[in-house]
Design a protein around this ligand. Structure first.
Ligand code: SF4
Length: 341
């Protein structure tokens, strides 16, 4: 039998993206370094991720250790982030969103409603003429159903009630699966740096799974990279425009990580900072090398998510950011390039 703590971990294994699970993760009295000191964690995460990428599903094993499974999910998140590959991210998100929704369809109504609320949906459980429905506000229905290609997902196929679209449990869970994908994507984007040992394993894994990555997808990676500033998001353009006035720590960190992702070399980036009156090449080199993972802990920092940039105070969202619900500056580049083509 499972104890109360195990039950909390079982919930976290089924719904690792949920608010309660993330709180549980933060409350663990063990650091990532301590977890990684047991190599079997990273090895199991690598094997599971490889299986996901190859088979498009999770290894069908029944674990007796929900704590371990939960932690391994988050090690896989770090591996996926270190791989930095759109196809791999999508595959990972697709598999885990399906996995979670398979449990959701068996949860009681209260749990489904709670999870929906934690995902940010203002859905209500409604009893109408003795029938239970999940009522979803129109705008949330439109937002989440727009990627569902089945023609059945049209508003006129569903009953309406006081601004709510009424869904049965099966359809509501399908819609929630879309909300889960968004949350998983946010979790991936929230990772700002990955420990070196995870990056090393990720690079080995990339060689092992390369053959499973469709060629068309592989080519799409280049779509994120450009030196055409017109394709850069407004936050980055703002930083570039203000580089001569001197940038604070978060701003420099964001700009360096972004420019490096766009293919600028270390020396090119250092020279870009050579417009400030107090430019100090030695100090700039030290900072840039640190951000690019060439010094110190050798952690290479990724471009921060929009959420982070908003908190830093230099998000300058334009119509594209709003229209395409941009959650990450690199996604903006991708969208803008396609938009201009
Ligand atoms: S929404 Fe994101 S990409 Fe757009 S300006 Fe803000 S931080 Fe930059």
């Amino acid at each position: 039998m499972f104890g109360a703590l195990d039950k909390t971990f079982i919930w976290a294994v089924k719904y690792p993206f949920d608010k309660k699970s993330i709180e549980l993760l933060s409350s663990l009295e063990i650091s990532l370094e301590e977890i990684l000191s047991d190599e079997s964690f990273l090895e199991e995460a690598r094997k599971k991720l490889k299986y996901i990428l190859k088979e498009g599903k999770l290894i069908p094993t029944v674990s007796q250790n929900p704590y371990r499974d939960f932690v391994i999910f988050y090690i896989q998140v770090l591996l996926v982030r270190a791989l930095g590959h759109t196809y791999i991210e999508r595959r990972f998100i697709e598999v885990y969103s399906k996995f979670s929704s398979s449990f959701l369809s068996r949860e009681d109504e209260g749990n489904v409603e709670e999870l929906a609320k934690n995902l940010g949906l203002s859905a209500e459980l409604l009893n109408i003429d003795g029938n239970l429905y999940f009522g979803v506000p129109f705008y949330e229905f439109f937002k989440l159903s727009k990627k569902l290609s089945d023609k059945y997902w049209k508003l006129y196929y569903f009953p309406l009630h006081k601004g709510y679209v009424l869904l049965n449990r099966k359809n509501f869970v399908r819609l929630l699966q879309e909300a889960i994908k968004v949350r998983l994507f946010e979790i991936l984007l929230s990772v700002e740096n990955v420990p070196e040992e995870i990056s090393e394993v990720a690079q080995k894994l990339l060689k092992e799974v390369e053959e499973f990555i469709p060629k068309t997808r592989r080519r799409q990676e280049g779509d994120f990279i450009t030196r055409d500033v017109e394709n850069y998001p407004p936050c980055i353009k703002y930083l570039l425009a203000n580089i001569g006035k001197g940038l604070g720590h978060s701003a420099r960190f964001t700009l360096v990580a972004f420019l490096n992702t766009m293919g600028y070399s270390k020396d090119e980036i250092i020279q870009m900072f050579n417009v400030t009156p107090d430019f100090n090449e030695r100090m700039t080199r030290y900072q840039v090398e640190h951000i690019l993972g060439l010094r110190g802990g050798k952690t290479r920092y990724s471009v921060p998510s929009c959420r982070k940039i908003v908190s830093y105070g230099f998000c300058k969202a334009d119509d594209i950011c709003k229209k395409y619900t941009i959650l990450h500056p690199l996604k903006y580049v991708y969208v803008k390039k396609r938009y201009r083509e």
